[in-house]
Design a protein around this ligand. Structure first.
Ligand code: PMP
Length: 424
């Protein structure tokens, strides 16, 4: 597949250099260059791969069976019969679309039930859902903080957080990934000039598969009279003995975190995002955040699916144990074969850093030919020489899958190593 398909290619285009020329947009050059390099090498793009059917541990791509490590199906709930049935029943009862925002178009009991369950899960007083995880971060951070404020965040934080920070107009200071001494220095130097401050981290980073020192984050934030917000997109159902996330994994009191953020799209196999926090800030967001007031409510089948998934997560903690065993198992197998798995702590996310973008794309292609799908992360998402494959493990992979992946990856790297690999 090409990166993009052109239909009706004869539409008139503005002259090159015109302000209406789309080809001058930021980022356009990067993927055009990648496409040109792929064309020259007669290679398929690894992006927008067509998956057939469920995003499950064993799935189909291009009609062929694959062991799938490219989806965030951490606990194997994507396609779980109970989750599907809950979504179908919600469609029958409430329809697909809630039609408008809750403030104008009315509440459904499902939203309240899901939010109570999410709040309880995080040990928080209340929670509020939004239509996506990305939208949650953008609207909540953008609304909570303002131009007189400071946002201090890990350099590896997700795009949705930096977009929210940009929208807020607050001063934005990144610190080196997981470097709490750097965070301390930045906070000490910048806190006084700001009215409010927010320390923003992820519970489990999706690029590297590692976590911050949460107790230090709580201590640093509160000592400087700042809020602490933790994005648990990749920690819910993944970290801690029962999957409650980074606080449970590190034995930290969850009430030290002012704002928990999470998504319904990964472990909970639905779509949507949420904030769990003290009741007064949740009420304020419910009544004033643009993504709550001016956007449609979470769709009923998605709310029902997330609620059903959360019930299963609570009832079947053995899924979490299986996931964690698989994560460690994959990381150890890959390391044993000499692969660079970066800072991965061996939970559900295992990166393999391969070098240049083109080499990484080639290895991904060779791996897919051998029946294994991994996520490709290339420049500009990461620096050019740290392009990587990311493996997202599921509780539903088995030992044989893990053995096969390590073996197939070694074969793929060897196969690519014998071909020319120009730097991108
Ligand atoms: N936060 C993090 C850390 C994420 O990785 C993602 C998505 N990958 C999001 C937020 C956005 O969530 P969603 O895809 O559910 O919109």
């Amino acid at each position: 597949a090409r990166l993009s398909k052109r239909r009706g290619g004869d539409a008139p285009r503005p002259e090159a250099g015109s302000a209406r020329d789309f080809s001058t947009l930021p980022g356009m050059r990067d993927f055009s260059l990648l496409q040109a390099a792929l064309d020259q090498l007669e290679m398929q793009s690894p992006l927008f791969q067509k998956h057939d059917g469920l995003a499950a541990a064993h799935s189909r791509i291009g009609g062929r069976p694959v062991i799938n490590f490219a989806s965030y199906n951490y606990l194997g709930l994507n396609g779980d019969r109970r989750v599907q049935e809950a979504a179908k029943a919600a469609v029958d009862r409430y329809g697909v679309s809630p039609s408008a925002s809750r403030i104008t178009s009315g509440e459904r009991d499902l939203h309240g039930r899901l939010e109570t369950a999410l709040a309880e899960w995080h040990g928080a007083e209340a929670a509020l859902t939004f239509v996506s995880g990305h939208a949650t971060n953008v609207t909540v951070i953008g609304h909570l903080m303002g131009p007189r404020d400071l946002i201090l965040h890990d350099a590896a934080i997700h795009n949705s957080c930096t977009e929210g920070a940009r929208l807020s107009g607050a001063r934005r200071l990144p610190f080196a990934h997981n470097d709490m001494a750097a965070a301390e220095r930045e906070m000490a130097s910048a806190r006084r000039g700001a009215q409010r401050a927010l320390l923003l981290v992820e519970g489990h980073y999706s690029m590297d598969g590692d976590s911050p020192d949460l107790a230090r984050c709580v201590e640093l934030a509160h000592r400087h009279d700042a809020w602490l917000m933790v994005d648990e997109a990749h920690s819910l159902g993944v970290l801690g003995p029962t999957g409650r996330g980074v606080a449970e994994a590190q034995g930290v009191d969850p009430t030290g975190v002012d704002l928990w953020m999470g998504t319904l799209s990964k472990t909970l196999s639905a779509c949507g995002g949420y904030i769990a926090a003290r009741a007064e800030v949740i009420d304020w967001l419910r009544h004033t955040a643009p993504g709550s007031v001016y956007s449609v409510a979470l769709a009923p089948p998605l709310a029902a699916a997330a609620l059903a998934s959360l019930d299963i997560l609570r009832a079947e903690p053995e899924r979490v144990a299986r996931l964690q065993r698989n994560g460690r198992g994959l990381r150890d197998r890959l390391r044993a074969r000499g692969f660079d798995t970066g800072g991965s702590q061996g939970s559900a996310i295992v990166p393999v850093i391969l070098g240049s973008s083109i080499r990484t794309v080639k290895v991904a292609g060779a791996l897919l030919e051998r029946g294994v799908a991994a996520q490709v992360v290339i420049f500009p998402a990461v620096p050019e020489q740290s392009a990587r494959l990311r493996f997202f493990v599921s509780s539903e992979h088995d030992e044989d899958d893990l053995d096969r992946v390590a073996e197939r990856l070694a074969e793929s790297v060897a196969a690519v190593g014998r071909t020319e690999s120009p730097a991108f």
